[in-house]
Design a protein around this ligand. Structure first.
Ligand code: APR
Length: 312
């Protein structure tokens, strides 16, 4: 008998709720919305609201709220947003002291209850959190990935589409590197329906868009007082769907590097192919000298925060 996939969402806050809504809407599988004991009723309430919403649409997936890790047992996919988001003026790295013990707690429970899942980490500082989760669970690198590149690329694509006056559907772009202010928008891979963006937009316009993309998360934190949740959730769901439906999608994601791009024992945003086996391939592109230099700067920032994690 075929059974529905099971998706465990660890953290039932702003992103967790949106993730659950998208899982149901896309009929990806049954959802377990986990949060810590003081938030159990909150998670249960969100789950009930989402199930009632499903009735209106005719969606069959089940949503359960819980603070019991045993309910996550056997999950095919685990998406982690546990932790605190940024407040205005904070960098992602400022969250390390609070979010490091949280990711360790999540890793220890995940190792016990659902070690074979495909893990997608969203909690910040992303590259350090996903590194620690993999290290602590001891999972193969194919099964642990961080969500940043799809989101950063979406931000870049939006600003380019608006500046060029074209549909967002026609802009292709990729942002690599760490999920911080040193991220690397790859101009060589940025086109408007195949036409290099440099032919359609002036350099100063592109430079301003790159700067806005790098600070894209902070812009929203400044406006809302907390971090974004719709686009981060959609980005992670694109990755989960690629895994669950074996789509072999080429997406930028934080992947564990073991020599690729000249880096080892580090998570950083690179193009990967996600299919039914997880990260099936890390795609190595020929970068320009400029892009290599930007990637090196970004890698140094990630390494600094990973060093903090290793010491802690
Ligand atoms: N296990 C599970 N959940 C936890 C734990 C834990 N050990 N500790 C905290 N949480 C829960 C909180 O109770 C809260 O409900 O994580 C949830 C986080 O939700 P929000 O505060 O709404 O944060 P959100 O906007 O969803 O962002 C979560 O993603 O993008 C990143 O920077 C962001 O690190 C932040 C994370």
């Amino acid at each position: 008998m075929p059974t529905r996939s099971k998706i465990a969402l660890v953290g039932a806050g702003n992103i967790g709720g949106e993730l659950a809504a998208l899982c149901v809407q896309k009929q990806l599988g049954d959802v377990v919305l986990y949060d810590i004991a003081p938030k159990e009723n909150f998670a249960k309430g969100k789950a009930l609201d989402l199930e009632q919403n499903s009735v209106v649409h005719g969606w069959d997936a089940r949503v359960t709220g819980t603070s019991n890790w045993a309910d996550c047992a056997g999950a095919d996919v685990v998406i982690i947003t546990a932790g605190v988001p940024r407040k205005p003026g904070q960098s992602r790295d400022d969250l390390i002291a609070i979010n490091l013990p949280i990711i360790r707690d999540v890793a220890d429970n995940a190792k016990k209850h659902c070690p074979d899942a495909f893990f997608i980490v969203i909690s910040n500082p992303l590259d350090a959190m996903v590194y620690e989760l993999k290290r602590r669970i001891g999972a193969p690198r194919e099964k642990v990935v961080g969500m940043a590149g799809v989101l950063d690329s979406a931000r870049f694509q939006l600003f380019l589409a608006r500046a060029a006056g074209v549909s967002v559907k026609d802009v292709r772009a990729m942002v690599l590197g760490g999920h911080g202010d040193d991220m690397v928008p790859l101009l060589s891979a940025t086109t408007i329906d195949g036409v290099p963006v440099t032919q359609l937009l002036a350099k100063d316009v592109i430079d301003a868009i790159i700067e806005r993309t790098r600070k894209g998360g902070g812009e929203i934190v400044g406006l809302m007082g907390t971090s974004a949740y719709y686009a981060p959730a959609s980005s992670a769901i694109a990755m989960a769907e690629a895994y669950l439906r074996d789509q072999k999608r080429l997406l930028p994601a934080a992947a564990y590097l073991d020599g690729e791009y000249g880096y080892s024992d580090l998570y950083m945003g690179v193009p990967v192919i996600i299919g039914g086996k997880g990260v099936e391939k890390i795609v190595e592109l020929n970068l320009s000298a400029d892009e290599k230099a930007m990637l090196a700067k970004s890698a140094a920032s990630v390494q600094a925060i990973v060093d903090v994690v290793k010491k802690g």
